[in-house]
Design a protein around this ligand. Structure first.
Ligand code: NAD
Length: 539
């Protein structure tokens, strides 16, 4: 609040960052010219929060709750974030996965007010100039999507804007990034989704997708415009189609401050879960074998980071890669296949083709990770086979939203006789199996990316490295308590997320300094200095 010039009258009430509504005190009402514009009684944020929760819980379905929260965000930013922070387990699934998936599908129909920044092929040549229309000079975190692979839901075109908006809300809520430093961007290059193109209410660029060189030129112009206008801003690439996600990441990751959350954030949060699982299974990390169902951006990203983690434990690159096996829609990745994408090639081993269950039986993985977008692919036979070859199998069903999970938490516990450590991408509630309560972990990228962003801002890091994602994974795994593990959970409760983000930020900032990538000086008390910058929504 301190950095705000006081606003007067209606402007005070309609500015979401300034507005306190009925909580403006009598003195403030006089000072800001609000007398007569508010009901008599002076409230406070606590009773406003109670009112929000009462109204929220009265809504009969999640999309209505999403709309209600989006409106609150537009009206009173601090009250919105206080609600999210203090009720994170209830609210995160409403502002992010799974509800955000439905919100994106229905984006054009539930649209109230524009948020964020839209770029289309018609803007070619003008993007830098257009960025001057964005009213915030101190942008530090940009989340950008082109809407082509939204969660596991496919091409949602401009409707995908729900994702950058939601992710940035998590940066603020989970790591205290200041809201005015956040910029959601939709690179609206069209859509190949006929249903959207035929929808009269669709709001995006109503053409087939821009592809090939023209597409990459537009992305390049956007990236250059950002470098010019906001040279310190971190760009998070989000929900791009896998080949483009890889192409853009390899093009930009050594050139600018950027990362791809589907590849690297997912990798880090999954690695953290695997580290934590080793504490529960007793199998040392360096001895692990891992089986992936799915070999797209999420699964391969996890594989790549695991290789780095195995190498850190003394394995050669080749030994590390041999620990990882992938099955995609066409079967096991083996050398004889001729249909592999370039990111799959390092993981194609010299062995015979096997079906998925036989591969588990033969390879005996300790950890099973699903990132397919194909629900139900962890069948009873799959989980039973994992349980035959392991005392405590670790099962990650990462596909989002909940309806796409490879299996449910209940199935994982039932089919493993309660022995599995289970984690999912979207949340599952606790499950009682034969009288014991299991708490499924959520391998939610929100444990990682907000803390990375906070650490990057604090240190002024100029690049984001694989080591930073590894450090983040280790820090997160170390925050899993014995009590969490005893309940079968591989992640700390979401209610600890601000502490998790702060701890990750501290380690990421240290890593930035160690690697010579930090621009800011190292403060004496790094943790206190970072904590001090975190946005506090309380008034
Ligand atoms: P992608 O399209 O790049 O990859 C999907 C992969 O799954 C491909 O290799 C495909 O061949 C394979 N596949 C599809 N159906 C299959 C089947 N029936 N059997 C075997 N393999 C099959 O997608 P992606 O970006 O890797 O994302 C995949 C899923 O992971 C999505 O649902 C996404 O929501 C989820 N995800 C979760 C997290 C998280 O939980 N933290 C993060 C990122 C992505």
């Amino acid at each position: 609040m301190a950095s705000f010039k006081p606003l007067k009258g209606y402007r005070a009430l309609y500015h979401p960052a300034f507005n306190k509504s009925t909580a403006f005190t009598r003195e403030e009402r006089d000072e800001y010219g609000l007398r007569g514009l508010l009901p008599y009684r002076v409230g406070n944020q606590e009773n406003q929060l109670a009112r929000v929760l009462e109204n929220l819980r009265r809504k009969s379905n999640d999309i209505e709750k999403f709309i209600f929260l989006a409106s609150l965000h537009e009206r009173n930013e601090r009250l919105f974030y206080r609600t999210v922070v203090e009720h994170i387990e209830e609210i995160m699934p409403l502002i992010y996965t799974p509800t955000v998936g439905q919100a994106c599908r229905e984006f054009a129909h539930i649209f109230r007010r524009p948020k964020g920044f839209y770029i289309t092929p018609e803007d070619k040549g003008n993007i830098r100039e257009m960025l001057d229309n964005w009213p915030r000079p101190d942008t530090r975190v940009i989340v950008v999507t082109d809407g082509q692979r939204i969660l596991g839901l496919g091409d949602l075109g401009a409707n995908g804007m729900g994702i950058p908006i939601g992710k940035l809300q998590l940066y603020v809520a989970c790591a205290g990034i200041v809201p005015r430093q956040c910029l959601p961007v939709m690179l609206d290059v069209g859509t190949n989704n006929e249903e959207l193109l035929n929808d009269p209410l669709y709001l995006g660029y109503p053409h087939k997708r821009l592809e090939g060189d023209a597409y990459f030129e537009l992305v390049d112009e956007f990236v250059s415009a950002v470098q010019d206008k906001y040279p310190q801003a971190l760009i998070q690439f989000e929900d791009f189609l896998t080949p483009n996600a890889y192409g853009l990441l390899s093009k930009y990751k050594d050139e600018i401050l950027c990362f791809n959350d589907d590849i690297q954030g997912t990798a880090s949060v999954s690695l953290a879960g695997v580290y934590a699982a080793t504490r529960g299974t007793g199998v040392a990390f360096r001895d692990l074998r891992v089986m992936f169902l799915g070999a797209g951006s999420a699964a391969t990203g996890i594989g790549d980071l695991m290789v780095t983690a195995f190498e850190a434990e003394g394995l050669s690159n080749e030994e590390a890669r041999k620990r990882l096996n992938f099955v995609d829609i066409h079967g096991l990745l083996v050398k004889s296949r001729t249909d592999l994408m370039s990111h799959n090639v390092p993981y194609a081993h010299d062995r015979a083709q096997l079906d998925f269950v036989d591969a588990i039986r033969e390879i005996k993985p300790h950890v099973l990770i699903g990132a397919t977008g194909a629900p139900g692919t962890f069948t009873e036979e799959v989980i039973k086979t994992m349980s035959d070859v392991n005392e405590r199998p670790a099962v990650f069903a990462l596909s989002n939203p909940t309806s796409r999970a490879e299996c449910t938490a209940e199935q994982a516990y039932a089919w493993s006789d309660g022995r599995a450590f289970f984690s999912s991408g979207s949340p599952f509630g606790p499950v009682v199996h034969e009288g014991r309560t299991h708490r499924p972990g959520q391998g939610n990228n929100a444990y990682i990316f907000p803390g990375i962003g906070l650490g990057v801002i604090a240190s002024g890091a100029t690049r984001i490295t694989d080591e930073m994602f590894m450090v983040a994974a280790r820090t997160l795994a170390n925050m899993v308590s014995e009590e969490d593990l005893a309940a079968g959970a591989l992640y700390p409760p979401l209610t600890d997320i601000r502490a998790v983000s702060l701890a990750i930020a501290v380690e990421v900032a240290k890593e930035a300094h160690r690697a010579g990538l930090a621009v800011e000086a190292m403060p004496d008390d790094l943790e206190a200095a970072i904590a001090d910058t975190m946005y506090d929504p309380v008034y």
